[in-house]
Write a protein of this length. Sequence first.
Length: 266
Amino acid sequence: MDENIFKIANEIRILKELTITKVAAETNINRGNLNAWLNSGSPDRLSSDKIKKILDYLEIEPDPLRLLPGVHRFTIPSPTSGSVSVIESVIFKLFPDGGTYYHIFEKSRALKVHGQLECDDNNEPLFTGIRWKRWVAVPKLVHNIRIIFKMGEKAKHINRYVINNSLSAPFISGVCGWNNADSKIFLPDQLFARLSSDESLTVSELDKILSYPLRSDFLWTGESIAAEDRIEKEYDSGWTWEAVMTKAKETGLTPRAVAEKLGLSK
């Protein structure tokens, strides 16, 4: 087990907005001993079984050190450079091969405010509303883990990092193999809401949302609008291909039976 795993555990606890009191109660571990371990790694305060209990609760695998498979949701504590250090410590340690950050916007709100805010030389808003923006980290060479970031509610806006030594995003692109996606993604309200708060969202479903038509501006071609309509209709119905396949397997249907029922042929 990594000797500094207590640091990663404490940082993930912070990013998950979990108090030490909450973790202690949920894991049935003495709060004082938990606090000592999370902040200094005191080996004499917790048994290996209790440490495993903490890691399981925080969804961390110790050996090799990584997050459990699935979609993880992290909240950035504040729009300060200190938050950058917390995120970099976690992301760079867990995913040393790098990856891609996707900038996700709720399209209807982004359209309303775009052009009304003070912008820098790259036409990037200096102050960006946090409730309709998310970031998704997709690690390279890791197919079953995704991380969705949002800013904490106490952070009313995000300043450009390079200008005011605070955050335009919860990371700095180009460091340790992590880079921004080429374009931003503007999602319809329902898709954005699902990405933002649906705890049942799977990695494959999130990846499908990330394949939404990428646009670097607010112009929509006929092709992108048609693709948008298809995706919106699918999610409006409450069904995805993954959900349909799961339900079909549960009912005992085989691919051959489904193909015959639909009159499909190879």
